[in-house]
Design a protein around this ligand. Structure first.
Ligand code: FES
Length: 577
């Protein structure tokens, strides 16, 4: 194989090239003098602190076998693991840091191609963003979704069922003993959330962008299929190096439109909207929330998977996964965008498998699970940038609503006051949480599914309009307008809302308005001052200074690739002194 990036390290007879070759040999690889053997990085984000990513530990060696079999040499490189459950204030604060780590690992080392091993929500977009910025041939493997526990005879979907049980516990429908029994049952094994939450949504988005082998994004953790996929991925990435199939050659605007269509067809996570914007930004494209909504305009939810449907990711996988969705979407998937296979993504279409006849988890477009697009974008005087709604998991009766605001300025205030039985609130109120966007907190935590106030929960209210500059879990539901931009912490209109202000939403019209006269808003704006940051050093300080708003993907302003020139591959500088 000629023209390898790693040759800059290994070619030659001097002491520097010698030391480089020896270092590879000491690490278990092989680069002989004069040999052109592609070096493949296997970026491993497994960690004991992240059970979602632990299945990846078993896959790295399968990838290595594939790489070696295809004539390459492999280096397993650990990278930070972003576990959604344990990292505070939010794993999202560290997505961009993982992307920097991946990009710099690839830039600094003699790497020709990369396999990304990821799973939990932020690891998948974060690692891919870094690899796109490095612009080396890239394939991604996910660790798979976890098995479903059985609770009182029913299968438990991660997240979705937790929020339902929580509401039952808060309203007194179940007691502390039942709540405890649920906890014991909920610890059900390794892998990602088994619903179409953010992790599975992003895995499918990555497949649609062309960065996994066909069908690889929905596999179950521990399934022998994941070993085959890993081995074949290792083989394929070596060929990609020969074909110079880099992300900049793979990606086009059509790739992002296809990814948005797959996201919409599974009723996927609203977090996918932010990550798509950020991934696109690394490749030099703009893909705003309105573009996700527009691409998915005629795509109903055709995968009957929680939280919009009733089944689990395992069922979607058995029915054929993403290739079956591509088959059903037919001409709605653009045929030009490529994939890591060297063929177009649309070529991966495959009729749903026999299991689908029993489960009907993959539906025809004419017989959808939910009619209309899953994710909608709105904008208006309350959200001049945009806000998004998981329409497919909300209440259509609330899509056109006008009500008085009840504002919370922090997570603690929101938790405390929604539990207050004396809270002055009705079901017509619009609950607002501000100060929790990318700069606020910082890191835009998943606090946007504001709890229904206890008083209303006890009256039987199950949904109401809620608005926030935060995110919410991909497994959540409700009429919740998220990612309001600009956010409160930078002085967006959401920071100016006062209790009792009238707010009007109209999902069909795409509007979200604060009905306060301009003079009054100007007066409030003069009184407003930015919240004091508690972060005076380190990563949070850097993040707060440079993070962009949600509608631009919440990437750091110096990491995006605004011009094609930024995407040109930077040749390594290998010291010879
Ligand atoms: Fe890690 Fe859901 S918490 S995948």
């Amino acid at each position: 194989m000629s023209d390898l990036r790693s040759s800059a390290w290994f070619d030659g007879d001097d002491e520097v090239a010698l030391a480089h070759r020896v270092a590879v040999r000491m690490g278990g690889g092989t680069i002989e003098r004069g040999e052109r053997r592609p070096v493949i990085a296997i970026i491993d984000t497994s960690s004991d602190a992240n059970p979602c990513n632990l299945p990846l530990r078993d896959l790295a060696e399968d990838v290595r076998r594939g790489v070696v079999e295809a004539g390459g040499t492999a280096m397993v490189m650990p990278a930070m693991s972003l576990g959604e459950d344990l990292m505070k204030p939010s794993a999202m604060l560290y997505r961009n840091l993982l992307s920097i780590e991946v990009e710099e690992l690839l830039r600094a080392n003699p790497i020709d191609g990369v396999v990304l091993l990821t799973n939990c929500d932020k690891t998948t977009p974060g690692a891919l963003m870094g690899a796109i910025s490095a612009d080396l041939p890239t394939i991604q493997i996910v660790g798979g979704n976890r098995p479903a526990p059985i609770f009182d005879g029913r299968e438990i979907g991660t997240g979705t069922e937790l929020w339902r049980e929580l509401n039952r516990y808060r309203s007194g429908e179940i007691d502390a003993g039942e709540w405890r029994r649920f906890e014991d049952c909920y610890a059900c094994g390794l892998g990602s959330c088994n619903t179409a939450g953010t992790a599975s949504s992003m895995a499918m988005v990555v497949e649609a962008l062309g960065f996994t082998l066909p069908g690889a994004s929905t596999v179950q953790s521990g399934d022998s299929e994941s070993h085959r996929i890993s081995y074949e991925t290792g083989m394929r990435v070596v060929a990609m190096v020969d074909e110079k199939l880099t992300p900049s050659r793979l990606l086009s605007m059509g790739s992002f439109r296809n990814a948005a269509r797959i996201l919409q067809s599974v009723g996927g996570s609203t977090n996918g909207v932010i990550h798509l914007a950020a991934i696109a930004g690394r490749a030099g494209f703009e893909f705003a929330p309105s573009a996700v909504a527009a691409a998915g305009h005629s795509i109903p939810v055709i995968a009957d998977v929680q939280p919009c449907g009733s089944m689990l990711m395992r069922d979607l996988d058995r029915a054929g996964g993403v290739p079956a969705l591509v088959f059903e979407l037919g001409d709605l998937i653009e045929s030009e965008p490529g994939s890591c296979t060297g063929r177009s993504f649309a070529d991966s279409a495959r009729a749903p498998l026999a299991d689908n006849e029993r489960t009907r988890v993959v539906r025809a477009i004419s017989d959808p699970v939910v009619d209309g697009p899953a994710i909608r974008a709105v904008s208006g005087s309350l959200a001049p940038g945009s806000a998004v709604l998981k329409a497919a998991a909300s209440s259509p009766a609330l899509w056109r609503h006008r009500g008085p605001a009840l504002v919370f300025h922090s997570y603690e205030e929101m938790r405390r006051r929604t539990q207050d039985p004396e809270l002055d609130v009705t079901a017509d109120h619009v609950l607002v949480l501000t100060g929790c966007g990318p700069v606020g907190v910082p890191g835009m935590p998943e606090w946007g599914m504001i709890p229904i106030p206890l008083k209303l929960l006890e009256e039987g209210v199950t949904d109401m309009v809620r608005i926030s500059d935060a995110r919410m879990s991909g497994t959540s539901f409700g009429t919740v307008f998220l990612h309001v931009s600009p956010e409160g912490a930078v002085g967006g209109p959401i920071s100016l809302v006062r209790d009792g202000d009238m707010i009007a939403v109209d999902v069909e019209a795409g509007t979200l308005d604060l009905e306060v006269v301009a003079e009054e808003l100007d007066r409030r704006r003069l009184e407003w001052s930015p919240p004091q940051t508690q972060h005076l050093r380190g990563w949070p300080l850097l993040y707060q200074r440079h993070v962009e708003q949600a509608d631009r993907g919440a990437d750091l302003d110096f990491l995006t690739a605004p011009t094609p020139a930024h995407r040109e591959r930077v040749e390594p500088v290998v010291g010879r002194s």
